[in-house]
Write a protein that binds this ligand. Sequence first.
Ligand code: DGJ
Length: 723
Amino acid sequence: MLKIDHKEHIFHLSNQLISYVIQVIDNHFIVNRYFGKQIPFFAGSNSLDSNHHAFSVYTDDDQFCSTNLPLESSLMGSGDYRITSGQITDNQQKNIPYFKYQNFDTQNNIPEELPHLTNLENATFLNINMIDGLTKTELILHYVLLNNLPDIIRWTSIKNKGKSSIDIKRLASLQLDLHDPIGKIMTFNGSHANEFVPSFSKIMNGIQEVSSNSGASGPQHQPFVAIVDNNISLNNGRYYAANLIWSGNFSAKVEKDQYQHLRLMIGLNDCDFNWQLNSNEGFTTPQAVITYGKNGLNGIAINFQKLYDKYLISSRIQKPLIAINTWETSYFELNEQECKKLAKTAASVGANLFVIDDGWFENRNSEHGQLGDWKVDPNKFPDGLLLISNYVHRFGLKFGLWIEPEMITENSNLFRNHPDWVLMNPNREKERSRNQLVLDLSQKKVQNYLIKIISNLIIDNQIDYLKWDFNRHLVPLESQINSYKDTSYLYIKGLYHILSTLRKEFHNLIIENCSSGGGRLDPGMLFYTDETWISDLTDSVARLRILSNQLSLYPLKITSSHLSVSPNEQDGRILPLRTRLELTGLGNLGLELNLNSLSKNELRQIKEFIVKFKQQYLLRHNAYVYNLLPLRKRNGEAIALLMKYDNDFLLIYSYGLGSAVHQPIYLPLYYLNSHEVYSVNNKVISGAELNEAGLTLPPTKRDFEVKTVLIKQVNKNELTGRY
Ligand code: DGJ
């Protein structure tokens, strides 16, 4: 709902959960008056600081000054000494310090060419339109309020309606100044094979930032920042949490200013960014989402899981899709006979997707091989891939193929023919990583070429599924053609264009997002893909730790998770098959080990587990998941996840390291419906009792033991005596 006080220029966006109030002051300050729990109407109980403080800048007409107002947007050169959401210069390279408020409208201006939230029929839209009279540039602040979640979507756009060009040197998607400065900063950081490590840090005076300048979102930091209560727990505590729907360079900052106010900002990274906007051109930032709540870390998690599940992801995986993938099975040593044998055994245990990973194409026997030509290796597959595709289709499996289309090596024909299609400075040494260079997706020609070559590959080989890998980042961020505009922004838009074209062209094609695991796991990629390989670490215990943290932002259903060998190939952990299966069987279960070297008994266990996974699919794939134990930084500690789908729950408890002190574990479940009753191990127990007294899990003597408990809601009317 949007309530407007036309006289005071107050805009009050509210649903049943939150209110977001902004006001236009002195015709150019867009001020945040309130963001928090829903209030019925806004009367202005919290007045603004109208002092003209020392060093502050103001004009004679201004009652207020920008130094100390809670501003929704502010520009370099305006006298706002905090980090400003924008820096825009005219054709003389002079800052445009202010835009004047013009009017507002409530149109749906969702930027279709960028990843965006969808299904917004019941959402409320507000656009605040401003103009710089001198350059005739328009600046628009966009707001969307969802009708049933505590989220506001924010982004900014600019239109140059003047005759001369202007330069956008910085333009954030969201700036939020907080009235009640709380607690600490929360971010997710990590590295390859150790993604999604939560971090809580004290807010210092000045600016703190997480960012990416590698051209991709990266495993180092999520495009996310939250300000949370100092004593936030899983169930309690306030938060303001923001996430950027973008897969390239980003910056997420928090600033504590001279008056101890907090500013939170998220958007494109301004490092290496300079966008020249010519006459009649427009520019739109990615969307950011900001949520507010008081219900602790699980509140953040459930909000984002629901938000992206309902409004962002349109995954084509609607039924159990159980992959057998050749990477950890055979690495580069692929051949037709082995693939056929593997596919046949996989089908016999219940898999329904056969994916040939890296190594299927010419001159690719190691990481030193070739990338870019995508011609089948006749030594490994003398009869081509179509033969394998037909073969696996006969067994009822889908056919999937690995590809790393954004990459190129110097020994490819593609490089020899098109050296100018590569991100590099031709006058300097090439910057190789994993022996490869990056194609310049900011160039239209390159985008079209990739669409054509991938489409042909799909058609020629009847491919149902692509594993889209991206194993290095964009260094140098230098196009040989598009030197005057920002390569990283254009690159990511080019990537989005390729992915969306392929999705439109091939209605049933499923795409797995992979970047050496979770190196490009972000809401932008979730919009264009169906699942994500969240980490190269396939040790199921360590991976569960990564998953349990990933669930703070992204839902279970985007996760592909594969059973691998023991000892694990990355960290050497030895785990029994039962533990590996139970811990892997969340999200999208897959297999990544040589089934033909397993015993009959092991194959039987896998087959039985796949039957169970399929039976419990809705809970194991679609559920919203609560963490019942604090977010973990290290491997080896206990993790308890409570999955909820519809009215039923599945508890999965991973014990971590065994202990000589054999104590049972008391685990209150918190999130069951306390007015309902549930059946647990053939016992009927009230939700209230399970929430408060909890379940008792027996002690274990072994490391990394797992327990799963199905908690099904029972119809109260069928129970006699107790109700
Ligand atoms: C990195 C991926 O994360 C792996 O799963 C595998 O596909 C390799 N690349 C192949 O090179």
